[in-house]
Design a protein around this ligand. Structure first.
Ligand SMILES: NC(=O)c1ccc[n+]([C@@H]2O[C@H](COP(=O)([O-])OP(=O)(O)OC[C@H]3O[C@@H](n4cnc5c(N)ncnc54)[C@H](O)[C@@H]3O)[C@@H](O)[C@H]2O)c1
Length: 338
C-alpha cells in the first residue's frame, strides 16, 4: 500500500451514507472493508470494488476478526430512526449503542489510528438554535440518548488508549441511495415515493417544524478530510449547511413542485418527542473544513426525485416491529397507512 493509503473499515455500507462514503474512499485508492447486517439500506448500494461482509456490528467475535490490520474506522451503521425510537427503543438502542460499543472496543483492541463516528444533530435536543458544538448534549428520545451514550464511550475508550477520534454530526441528509420505502424515516424520500404513487404527503403536527437539509455530497466533503487531517483529532463537528432552514410544509411544497403532483398534505397528530426546531451552525465546519454548501435544497430534492423515479416506486416496508403499541403510537405506523 502506498503512503497515506489506508485499510478502512466502513460500517453500514449498504446504507445511504456508508455506501457513498466507501465508494469515495475507494476512488481515493484506499482499501475498504464494508459491513452491514441489512436491517436497512439496499444490497445494490454496496460498491462492487469493496470487500463486503454481511454481519452484525454486535457480533463481537466476527468484528474482532475483521478489525485485524484495519487503520481507520468510519462507524456509520445505525438504525437512525429518531421518531420510531420512542416506540421501538430496544431494537434501535441495540443497533446504535451496543453496535457502536462493539465496533469501538474491537477497534481499540486493534490499536487503529483513528475512529470517525457518525453521530446526529439529535444530540442537541430542543435547545436554543442554531446548535453549536460546545453546547451540552440534551437528548430527548432513545435515538438521541443512544448516540450521546455512544459518543461518550468512544471518547472514554479513545482517551485512555490514545486513539484519535472525530465525531461528525450530520443533519437531515438527502440524495440518491437513500432508502425511500422505509415508512419510519427520511421525510423527503417518503414524500416523493408517495407522490409518485399519486398519494398526498403526510405531515405530523402543523408542519411548522423547521429543519436544515444537506445534500449527500456536501456531507461527504466534510467526512473525507476526517480520515487523517491532524487538526480534526478530538473534534465534534456539525456537518452540512446552515443557510436554508425550511418548514416541513415548505418541504412538501418543494416535493410537489418537483414531482408535479399537487395534493394537499394529510395532517396527523404531533409525533411524541419531535423537536420543533432543529438547526445546526456550520461555523466550525467552515473554519476547520473550509466547508461551503455546493448543492441547494431544491437541487438536492430534484436529484433524489430522479433517483427514485429511475429505480421505481416501491410499497413501504414495515421492517422494524413496534415494541410499544399504545395510544401515543402514530396511527400511520400502527395501521400501516403510509
Ligand atoms: N441520513 C441522515 O439524515 C442522518 C442524519 C444524522 C445522522 N445520521 C447518521 O449517519 C449514519 C448513517 O445514516 P444513513 O442515513 O446512511 O442510514 P442508513 O439506514 O441508510 O444506513 C445504515 C446502515 O447500517 C446498517 N445497520 C444497522 N444496524 C446494524 C448493525 N447492528 N450491524 C450492521 N449493520 C447495521 C443498516 O442495515 C443500514 O444499511 C447513522 O449513524 C445515522 O445515525 C444520518
Amino acid at each position: 500500500m502506498k503512503k497515506n493509503q489506508y485499510k478502512i473499515l466502513v460500517t453500514g455500507v449498504a446504507g445511504f451514507l456508508g455506501s457513498h462514503l466507501s465508494e469515495e474512499l475507494s476512488n481515493l485508492g484506499h482499501k475498504i472493508i464494508g459491513i452491514d447486517n441489512m436491517i436497512g439500506g439496499y444490497k445494490d448500494n454496496i460498491p462492487k470494488e469493496i470487500e463486503f461482509h454481511n454481519i452484525d456490528c454486535c457480533d463481537f467475535d466476527k468484528i474482532k476478526n475483521i478489525m485485524k490490520e484495519v487503520d481507520i474506522v468510519y462507524h456509520c451503521a445505525a438504525t437512525a430512526h429518531e421518531g420510531l425510537s420512542v416506540f421501538s427503543p430496544f431494537e434501535i438502542t441495540k443497533n446504535n449503542y451496543l453496535a457502536s460499543v462493539s465496533i469501538f472496543s474491537a477497534a481499540v483492541n486493534e490499536k487503529v489510528k483513528r475512529i470517525i463516528f457518525c453521530s446526529s444533530m439529535a444530540r442537541y435536543g430542543s435547545q436554543k438554535y442554531p446548535f453549536i458544538e460546545s453546547m451540552d448534549p440534551k437528548p430527548v428520545d432513545p435515538y438521541a440518548i443512544s448516540k450521546v451514550a455512544a459518543e461518550q464511550v468512544l471518547i472514554n475508550l479513545c482517551e485512555l488508549n490514545k486513539i484519535e477520534w472525530v465525531i461528525a454530526v450530520p443533519h437531515n441528509i438527502i440524495g440518491p441511495k437513500q432508502k425511500y420505502d422505509d415508512p419510519f424515516r427520511n421525510v423527503v424520500s417518503i414524500m416523493i415515493n408517495r407522490m409518485l404513487q399519486g398519494k398526498a404527503p403526510i405531515i405530523y403536527g402543523d408542519g411548522k417544524q423547521t429543519r436544515c437539509f444537506s445534500y449527500i455530497d456536501d456531507c461527504l466533503s466534510c467526512l473525507i478530510p476526517m480520515l487523517d487531517k491532524k487538526s480534526l483529532n478530538k473534534q465534534i463537528i456539525n456537518i452540512g449547511p446552515d443557510e436554508e432552514f425550511v418548514t416541513i410544509n415548505k418541504v412538501a411544497e418543494l416535493c410537489s413542485n418537483i414531482t408535479g403532483i399537487n395534493l394537499p398534505p394529510i395532517y396527523k397528530k404531533d409525533r411524541p418527542k419531535e423537536v420543533k426546531h432543529a438547526i445546526c451552525s456550520a461555523d466550525k465546519a467552515r473554519k476547520l473544513l473550509n466547508y461551503k454548501t455546493q448543492v441547494s435544497l431544491k437541487e438536492g430534492i430534484k436529484r433524489t426525485y430522479d433517483y427514485i423515479k429511475k429505480r421505481g416506486v416501491k410499497p413501504f416496508e414495515y421492517h422494524i416491529d413496534l415494541e410499544i403499541d399504545n395510544e401515543l403510537t402514530p396511527d400511520t405506523w400502527k395501521n400501516k397507512e403510509i
